[in-house]
Ligand binder design. Structure first.
Ligand SMILES: [Zn+2]
Length: 470
């Protein structure tokens, strides 16, 4: 039955797999195991917290482990992995240690916070009736839900106004939500409502500042009524590839990649600032050399929510054209991607000569900052690629993965955009023109806006009003 490794509870794979229809192909030497069922596939890798589910990456709560020929999978992640494989909802009931396959009900809980002058309302809404337990502690209020499994599409939200500073889903066995109280907090009212079942928490501010004479005596001006925090997507760092003596690729007509990337990056900064209201920084705002590690360090220092590296492609084959968007992987999608990552990256993320065996290389990479953001990076890459394909009218070259050195250290969703082929005479001309650069920038802006609204939907936040065209 379950075994404990580190802090995590694991289940032996053979035990959790329903006996019907799932084939297990264990490649112990390669450190991988593939599960297949009716044409669907899930791959797990020894000591990796990532699973490939039908070709998409899914994060596991802890790494899968291969021990004496036996595969152990984190109990928390069984449903995430097996659901798509079996094509049916799967729930692992921790308390009872039962795996339920089929139509089990997993309550979906969404969280919304509303800030107005003297109060904050936090609403937890569930798709079915669940037992909410509210507890007021020193400096915080917690809500727990005594169910084996709840589906929570919310991580955290910072609030203004000083009544509640932070609302956070902590998770754990109790499915804990925590609200950190601010300086102005005075009292809490909690009540439940039906249809759909909801728990409403009303946090009231201290009213001590309202004087008896009725004068507006508040020491600090009360926060103006406002919509809930729009999004935690606020800061974007744009990385114009190359710079200084490092000119990047060179077009047949002499156009330099470093100039094209800076031109596009500056225009993109203006567009994201005015159209999406984002705070934008560039890793370089002039013709200077910046190392690859420094570029992500800048993004990490700004605590950027997104990192977008801009490049222009070069190919030895004359016909190559179109745009490509990449996110990080050790395994390149194809030979061309691998070559490109080497040309753009200088040194690959891991020196193969210093690592023991093929599959182990990937482990080193997964440990890096970017690992936990790969899913988000992949969806950002898709949105950008879709918009670029529409805007440029070029063939879709698709989202690809490659071991780009510049993406490894990014502690946020990060992508690398190869806008077009500077090696292609026509595309070189386009890349040098303001008109084309603006077209690309408009597409990237739309892609980031789509990603932003998807992000908000997942986070259970209301959609941000558009601030004009892009
Ligand atoms: Zn480049």
């Amino acid at each position: 039955m379950p075994v404990i490794r580190g802090d995590a509870e694991y289940l032996p794979l053979e035990q959790v797999l329903p006996s019907v229809g799932v084939r297990i192909h264990s490649d112990a030497a390669g450190g991988a195991v593939t599960l297949s069922c009716q044409g669907r596939e899930v791959a797990l890798y020894n000591k990796k917290s990532l699973a490939s589910v039908g070709g998409d990456l899914r994060l596991l709560s802890a790494p899968a482990l291969l021990e004496d020929g036996r595969w152990l999978v984190p109990a928390d992640s069984v449903s995430r992995m097996l659901g798509p494989l079996l094509g049916a909802p799967v729930e692992y009931r921790k308390a009872s240690r039962v795996l339920v396959v089929g139509n089990v009900s997993v309550p979906k809980v969404s969280v919304n916070a509303y800030v107005s002058g003297d109060s904050v309302r936090v609403v937890l809404e569930s798709s079915e009736k669940v037992p909410f337990r509210v507890l007021q502690e020193e400096g915080r209020v917690t809500v727990s839900i005594a169910r084996d499994l709840v589906d929570v599409g919310f991580q955290q939200e910072r609030l203004t106004g000083g009544i509640v500073d932070l609302v956070r889903f902590v998770g754990g066995k109790e499915n804990l939500f925590a609200m950190s109280l601010g300086k102005r907090f005075q009292q809490l009212k909690a009540f439940e409502q039906d249809g759909p079942p909801r728990l409403v928490l009303e946090f009231q501010a201290s009213t001590a500042t309202a004087s008896k004479g009725g004068a507006p005596a508040a020491a600090a001006a009360p926060a103006p009524p406002r919509a809930p925090e729009e999004s935690s997507l606020r800061t974007v760092v744009i990385d114009p590839g190359h710079g200084g003596a490092e000119v990047g690729a060179k077009g047949p007509g002499g156009t330099l990649e470093k100039d094209v990337t800076l031109g596009i990056a500056r225009k993109l900064r203006a567009s994201l600032t005015s159209n999406l209201g984002l705070q934008v920084f560039l890793t370089r705002d002039g013709d200077v050399e910046v190392s690859l590690d420094e570029r992500t360090a800048i993004a990490n220092n700004y605590k950027a929510d997104l990192f977008v590296s801009i490049h222009a492609n070069a190919s030895r084959s004359h016909g190559a054209s179109g745009s490509e968007v990449y996110f990080l992987a050790y395994q390149a999608t194809d030979d061309e991607s691998r070559r490109l990552a080497q040309e753009e990256g200088g040194v690959p993320p891991v020196d193969p000569s210093t690592a023991p065996a093929g599959s182990d290389l990937a482990l080193i990479l997964w440990d890096m900052a970017q690992a936990e953001h790969l899913e988000e990076s992949s969806s950002l890459a898709s949105r950008l690629q879709e918009e670029l394909a529409v805007a440029t009218g070029h063939e879709t070259r698709g989202v690809k993965q490659a071991p780009f050195r510049v993406l490894v250290g990014a502690a946020m969703p990060a992508v690398l955009v190869e806008v077009a082929f500077i090696s292609h005479p026509e595309e070189e001309k386009l890349l040098g023109s303001d008109e084309y650069q603006l077209k690309v920038v408009a597409a990237l802006t739309r892609g980031i806006r789509k990603y932003q609204s998807e992000w908000q939907r997942r986070a259970g936040l209301p959609a941000t009003a558009s601030r004009g065209g892009s």
